[in-house]
Structures are given as C-alpha cells and as structure tokens.
Design a protein around this ligand. Structure first.
Ligand code: AMP
Length: 294
C-alpha cells in the first residue's frame, strides 16, 4: 500500500486504471472495512481517502474532538487490502480557501440538513473535489449515512460525474449499535443508552413486518424507546430513499432515520424499509471487534 498526500501522486499511482474510491474521515472501523471489501469486488485498484473535512463540521468543538490516528489507520487500511491511501493535508485539499460550495436542494434540506445547516454542502463539495481530482470509476458509501448517500447520488447525477455510486449495508457491533468513529467517546452507561437507538429501529422494522405502514406510528415506536432510555432524540423521520424527503406512509423504498444525543455524542442510525414488509437492518459483527473497539 502506498500512502500519498497529493492528488497528483494518487493519479500517477493509479496509472489510468479504473479505481474504486472509499472516502472516509479516518479512525477506521469495520464499517469502513466493509466498504473496502465491496470496492474490491468492483475494481482492481482501491483508493481510500482519509480527510477530516472541516467544511462539513457545523457544531462547535466537534471537529476538534474528532478522533484521528494516521498510523493506526494506515495499518488497518493496508491489512484490509487498500492499494492507495490518500491522506492530504488541509492545504492540499483546499489550496485556496474555497469559495465554491455544492448545494443539493431538497435531498439535503431535511433531517441532518435541518439540524446541521451547511453540513451537506461541505460533504458534497469535498466529494465533488475527490471525484474531479481522483477520477474514480466507482465510489462506495455507507447506508449508515442514508441521507448522505442520497445527496451524493443526486450530486453525481446532476453534475454528470462518470462515477458509479455503490451503497454498502450498515455494519453493527455485536450488541446492535451502528459502528461509528464516535462510539469511542461513549462510556459503558452511555453505550447502554445509545442501544435504544438501534433497538427502537429494530422494533419499528418488526412492526413493519407485522403490517404497520404509518410513518407516525413507526416514528413513535422509535421515539418511545429512545426517550425511555434517556438519550435526547433530535429527530426520527421516515423518508423516501432517493429523495430523502419525509413520507407519511411506507409505500415505496424508504429509510427510517434517527439522530440522538447521548452524553455529548451525537449518533445517527437508520434502517431501510420496503412496503412489502421487508427491512435491511445492516449486518452484525459476530464477535468483538478485531480492532479492539467499535
Ligand atoms: P466517515 O469516516 O464517518 O465519514 O465514514 C466514511 C464512510 O463510511 C461513509 O460512506 C459512511 O457512510 C461509511 N460508514 C461509516 N460507518 C459505517 C458503518 N457502521 N457501516 C457501514 N458504513 C459505514
């Protein structure tokens, strides 16, 4: 595996071969590794980018608290089979302070967009830069960030980037919690509270399997479970999978998305639901994390 800090270096190492890109903010976990595995199925060259993008952080302190460890990440990326690890400095990514932002209307407005104004402009802008500068054939994103996936798909189509967007299932820890770089910030009592988020979503998916289709009812199931555990619910919304807009009835592919605060940590999670009663809850690790933390 080569570690590169410049766009030119990545392109020259790619040598024109079609590559799959896995964009990340680092502090790698099994969720990221599943993206690499999927990327490998599509392409001979797998490029992972690792950049904590200040443009997408909107909450004071969140950027500073974000965990970072390049040496650890490089070891994990190499054993996962990443060919090229692109870890640019802030100056390489934003050589001049950017005055251009990519704004995706509608898809980016609700849920995360409503509670974190400007967040998706930061995401869409950095992803567009990665696509333009690295020119991957494929890019893999996690469904854990379902609205982000919808925003990236729409931005890619609207700007005619010749990149195939692949969505990867959410990877969960053994106890059901969606794996996130932020989970290391939870103590054990907070982790128990955090489990009401995934637990609420699983209960809602169970209700769908039994015939429930009302968004209001599904949202209440999650809100009740999260509220009972003590976490502070920010939103729970049933949204159209492609448009990321709220729907009243589960009559098409949708995701039920939650954001909640546990201690000082903001967690998001979702399950994908279909009107035939089926659901995609993601995949669970069968044992403790091989990385020693989830
Ligand atoms: P991040 O480093 O948090 O920006 O995430 C980088 C990519 O990994 C995004 O496409 C995320 O959706 C994806 N990702 C993060 N956590 C998970 C997870 N638990 N399962 C699957 N994909 C994930």
């Amino acid at each position: 595996m080569r570690i590169l800090a410049s766009f030119a270096g990545v392109r020259s190492e790619m040598g024109g071969a079609p590559a799959a890109l896995v964009p990340t903010m680092g502090y790698l976990h099994e969720g990221h590794l599943s993206l690499v595995e999927l990327a490998r199925k599509t392409s001979d060259v797998v490029v992972m980018s690792l950049f904590v993008n200040p443009l997408q952080f909107v909450q004071a302190g969140d950027l500073d608290r974000y965990p970072r460890d390049l040496d650890r990440d490089a070891g994990i990326a190499e054993s996962a089979g990443v060919d090229l690890l692109f870890a640019p400095s802030l100056e390489e990514m934003y050589a001049t302070p950017p005055r251009t932002r990519i704004k995706v209307d509608g898809v980016a407005d609700g849920m995360e967009g409503a509670y974190r104004p400007g967040h998706f402009e930061g995401v869409a802008t950095v992803v567009a830069k990665l696509f333009a500068a690295i020119r991957p054939a494929v890019a893999v994103f996690g469904r854990k960030d379902a609205q982000q996936l919808a925003v990236v798909r729409r931005m890619t189509a609207d700007l005619s980037f010749p990149v195939e967007i692949v969505g990867a299932p959410t990877v969960r820890a053994e106890d059901g919690l969606a794996i996130s770089s932020r989970n290391v910030l939870l103590d054990s009592a907070q982790r128990a509270e955090a489990l009401t988020v995934s637990g609420g979503l699983f209960a809602a998916a169970g209700a769908v399997a039994k015939g429930e289709r009302s968004a209001g009812k599904l949202e209440s199931i999650v809100a009740d479970e999260v509220g009972a555990g003590g976490a502070r619910l920010e939103y729970v919304t049933l949204a159209d999978a492609a448009e990321a807009e709220p729907i009243d009835v589960l009559d098409r592919e949708a995701f039920l998305a939650v954001a909640a605060h546990v201690g000082g940590v903001r967690l998001i999670d979702n399950v994908v639901l279909w009107p035939d009663g089926s659901a995609d809850l993601g995949t669970r690790l069968e044992g403790p994390s091989i990385l020693g933390r989830t």
